[in-house]
Design a protein around this ligand. Sequence first.
Ligand SMILES: Nc1ncnc2c1ncn2[C@@H]1O[C@H](COP(=O)(O)OP(=O)(O)O)[C@@H](O)[C@H]1O
Ligand SMILES: [Mg+2]
Length: 363
Amino acid sequence: MSKLRVGLLFGGRSVEHEVSLASASSIHQALDPARYEITLIAVDREGRWRLGNPGLPPEATLRGEVVNLPAAPGERTLVSSGPGPLEPASQLDVIFPIVHGRGGEDGSLQGLLELADVPYVGSGVLGSALQMDKETAKRLLQAAGLPVLPWVLIRPVDLRRNAEAAAELALREIGLPLFVKPANQGSSVGISRVSKPEELLPAVREAARYDSKIICERGVDAREIEVALLGIDPLEASLPGEIRTRHEFYDYEAKYVDEATELLVPAPLDPEQTRRVQSLAIRAMQVLEGEGLGRADFLLECETGEFFVNEVNSLPGFTDVSMYPRLWEASGLAYPALLDRLIELALERHRTRSEFETVYRRS
Ligand SMILES: Nc1ncnc2c1ncn2[C@@H]1O[C@H](COP(=O)(O)OP(=O)(O)O)[C@@H](O)[C@H]1O
Ligand SMILES: [Mg+2]
């Protein structure tokens, strides 16, 4: 049987560029070379796609030849974009996008892959966009009756017109402490915990550096519980995991720098809590139209013992020591088998979508 040609797409124009490189490196090492022919494609800091050379690691790909994926169905071919005629550079059967953040996780990349008609791992356009936008996600989760923390939205126009009034309203509605977040960002970038009124405006201005929608959300003293999800219909939930950090919250340093941050797999929860959080995770991913993979993150409020859905990530960190693969490992699915399953799901999803009618016929 010929090998499946997998394009591993990573990097990107976001603050999570390095995280993506680390994830791609782990995936690259774990994909079975007997089953897959792997093409590395790095999205550089300017957003150009660069082609790797077989045998060279993901980092070296950033210096590779510039290529494009034409949005023409049926081709599935990367073409070189140098001067002269377009040369086919590499053919693909499926793309494994591991580009975090804006441009990778927000539906835009998925849109290109849809137009090019290439099967790809993970959520589609809508699911990716919904999971990326924390504010839209919260509105949908709330409408579906899932527990989310109360929030108010601040927009640039509110800041321009009367920043003090906007801050005043957030303080009145939400109280302290509160968390200020850009709606479309990841890795805790641009997020602040506000415990004094005078900290609020600077925090909002900091968040405004990253996005035009800013959330002010009630801050809780909570344990952080995460559940990995896999599948399309049905979706399966892993055992939950827990994050313990020495930091005031799970900020960028705690995520990627501080080695004292602990990932407890599985989380010390009683069977009832485990069932509850798994069922909330599945519902949250369904509400946000997630497909393939996702990681649902919860805040378990210490005082009340209540779970709140914090967010669902359509492309969670994917190094072999990241929470997502570790949760599946603990649930009986090893890292290489997890990758196989994700690729199968991508092909399945593409097959299903290709079967829909594109011409109206009277029945
Ligand atoms: N409402 C909240 N109450 C308490 N801690 C919070 C709250 N919101 C966020 N945090 C803390 O900030 C971290 C990052 O926030 P999150 O919304 O998950 O953004 P990101 O997408 O950047 O991970 C969380 O993991 C948690 O530690
Ligand atoms: Mg988070």
